[in-house]
Design a protein around this ligand. Structure first.
Ligand code: ZN
Ligand code: ZN
Length: 80
């Protein structure tokens, strides 16, 4: 079932948990869920249809950025 409203941050596809850490792996960034230890690959989308957003990491903070509309917003902050 497709979510009508995308949460700001990543959601675990296994348990719908939203806590954990974003890690970088072979296939790009993914959420390592702290509740079930499952991995969920991360896909970010711009609010504008047809735009391709990407994730930018700066320390523990991850941003969702879109070049097409020059937007940048905080997506997730890893716990220490
Ligand atoms: Zn989980
Ligand atoms: Zn955009």
């Amino acid at each position: 079932m497709k979510r009508e409203h995308q949460e700001n941050g990543p959601v675990c596809k296994h348990c719908e948990g939203i806590s954990g850490s974003i890690l970088y792996g072979k296939y790009g960034y993914y959420l390592k869920c702290s509740a079930c230890a499952g991995n969920t690959s991360i896909r970010v989308e711009c609010d504008q249809a047809g735009h391709k957003a990407r994730v930018r990491k700066d320390g523990r903070t991850f941003y969702r950025e879109c070049e097409a509309c020059a937007s940048s917003s905080v997506y997730f902050v890893n716990p220490e």
